[in-house]
Design a protein around this ligand. Structure first.
Ligand SMILES: *[C@@H]1O[C@H](CO)[C@@H](O)[C@H](O)[C@H]1NC(C)=O
Ligand SMILES: *[C@@H]1O[C@H](CO)[C@@H](O)[C@H](O)[C@H]1NC(C)=O
Ligand SMILES: *[C@@H]1O[C@H](CO)[C@@H](O)[C@H](O)[C@H]1NC(C)=O
Ligand SMILES: *[C@@H]1O[C@H](CO)[C@@H](O)[C@H](O)[C@H]1NC(C)=O
Length: 347
C-alpha cells in the first residue's frame, strides 16, 4: 500500500518536474514525428546541455537530438544494443547514463569517438563484454558497470583512461581485475562477485586506492599467513575495506603470523605506481616553470618594446620641434628680408 502511494507520489513529482522543465527558460520539447523521440527534454544542469530521455520505452538512442548535448540520460528504456553508430551524432558528451536497459551487446566502436566522456553508467544491463577502446578514452574517470554479466576476461585490456571510480558490483568476476598500474584509481567496488582469492599484489598497482568493497564474495586465504599479509598491506596503505570484519583473519592457520613480511614484489608494483604519480608531478612542475619563463620573457619583451617606442616618440617630437624652430628662424629671416625689401622699396 505504502509503496503504491510512494509510486504515485513519484509520478506526481515527475509530472510536476516535467511541467517545471517545460516552463523553465531554455527547456524545450522536441517536436518530431517519430513518437519515440517526442518526449525527450532538454535541461541545463550545471550549465551543461542535457537530453533527458529516461523512461520512454526507447529501443534505440535517438539520433536527432541537438548535436552538442553534453549529458545524455537514457536510463530505464529498452535499449538492447549499442552499435558503432548509436552515438555518432554526438561529439561533446561528457556524461552518458544508460542504466537499467537490456543492453547485451556493445560494438567495439560504440564509444570510440566520445573523446570528452568522463562518466559512463551502464549498470543493470546484460553486458558480458565491453569494447576495449572504452578503456582508452582520455578523460574517462567514472565507470558504473554494476549488475551485468562481466567476467575477468573483459579486463584483459590496456587501461590508459584516468579511472578514479570503478563500480563492478554484482558481476561474475573471480578475482580483482588485472588492470595493470592504475595511479588514479581511488574507489573499487567488487561486492557481490565470485571472487575466491585476493592478495596484496592485486592491490599494490593501485597506489591511490582508498576504498575497496569486497562484500559478499567467497574469499579464502590458503597459504601461510596470506590473510595477515594482505591485511598488513591494507592497513599500511590505509585502504578502507568492506566488510569491516575482513581484518579478523578468523579461518587462518594457527602458525605464528604476528610478524608478517610484505613481499618485495608488492613494493615493486606499488613503487611503479607512485613513480608515475611522481613523474606527473614533475612534468606539471616543469610545465609551470616553462610557463613562468615564457611569461617573464614576454613581459620583458613588452617592456623593451614600450621603452623603444617611447624613445622613438620622444626623438620624433624633438626632431619636429627642431624643425619647427628652424622653420621659425627661417620665417623670421624671410620676414626680415621682406621688411628690408619693403623699406628699400619705400625709400
Ligand atoms: C565497429 O567498429 C570497429 C572499429 O572501431 C570495427 O572493427 C567493427 O567492424 C565495426 N562493426 C561494425 C558492425 O561495423
Ligand atoms: C558497493 O556497491 C553496493 C551496491 O551498489 C553498495 O551497496 C555499497 O555501498 C558500495 N560500497 C561502497 C564502499 O561504496
Ligand atoms: C571481527 O572483529 C570485530 C572487532 O575487531 C568484531 O566486532 C567482529 O564481530 C569480528 N567478526 C568476526 C566474523 O569474527
Ligand atoms: C627484498 O629486499 C630486501 C631489501 O631491499 C633484500 O634484502 C632482500 O634480499 C629481498 N628479498 C628478496 C626475496 O628478493
Amino acid at each position: 500500500m505504502s509503496s503504491v502511494l510512494l509510486f504515485n507520489g513519484f509520478l506526481l513529482l515527475a509530472t510536476i518536474s516535467d511541467v517545471l522543465v517545460l516552463g523553465a527558460p531554455g527547456a524545450t520539447q522536441i517536436m518530431d514525428r517519430d513518437p519515440s523521440v517526442k518526449k525527450c527534454k532538454y535541461n541545463r544542469p550545471y550549465s551543461m546541455l542535457e537530453a533527458r530521455c529516461s523512461n520512454l520505452e526507447l529501443h534505440e538512442i535517438p539520433t536527432n537530438l541537438k548535436a552538442d548535448i553534453q549529458v545524455l540520460d537514457a536510463t530505464v528504456n529498452r535499449l538492447r544494443e549499442l552499435t558503432n553508430d548509436s552515438l555518432t551524432p554526438y561529439k561533446s558528451l561528457s556524461y552518458i547514463y544508460l542504466g537499467d536497459n537490456f543492453i547485451q551487446n556493445i560494438e567495439e566502436g560504440a564509444f570510440a569517438n566520445q573523446r570528452y566522456l568522463e562518466v559512463l553508467d551502464i549498470s543493470q544491463n546484460g553486458c558480458d563484454n565491453l569494447p576495449k577502446s572504452l578503456f582508452q578514452l582520455p578523460y574517462l574517470r567514472t565507470l558504473y558497470l554494476g549488475h551485468n554479466k562481466l567476467t575477468d576476461s573483459v579486463f584483459k585490456v590496456e587501461v590508459t583512461s584516468p579511472l578514479k571510480m570503478l563500480q563492478l558490483t554484482k558481476n561474475k568476476l573471480t578475482r580483482i581485475p588485472k588492470l595493470g598500474i592504475q595511479s588514479t584509481l581511488v574507489h573499487l567496488n567488487v561486492s557481490d562477485n565470485l571472487i575466491t582469492s585476493i592478495d596484496a599484489d592485486d592491490l599494490a598497482p593501485f597506489c591511490s586506492l582508498k576504498v575497496l568493497d569486497l562484500s559478499r564474495n567467497i574469499i579464502r586465504f590458503n597459504r601461510g599467513c596470506q590473510c595477515q599479509t594482505f591485511n598488513a598491506w591494507v592497513k599500511l596503505r590505509q585502504i578502507k575495506i568492506k566488510p569491516d570484519d575482513f581484518y579478523n583473519c578468523t579461518d587462518s592457520p594457527v602458525e605464528d603470523c604476528t610478524d608478517v613480511q610484505i613481499n618485495n614484489r608488492t613494493y615493486e608494483l606499488y613503487n611503479e605506481c607512485t613513480d608515475i604519480i611522481q613523474q606527473e608531478v614533475e612534468t606539471e612542475k616543469a610545465r609551470s616553470v616553462w610557463i613562468l619563463v615564457a611569461s617573464c620573457v614576454s613581459v620583458f619583451l613588452f617592456v623593451v618594446f614600450v621603452a623603444l617606442f617611447c624613445v622613438h616618440k620622444r626623438n620624433r617630437r624633438r626632431r619636429r620641434k627642431q624643425k619647427e624652430q628652424q622653420q621659425l628662424t627661417a620665417n623670421n629671416a624671410n620676414t626680415e628680408l621682406l621688411n628690408s625689401n619693403l623699406t628699400a622699396g619705400n625709400s
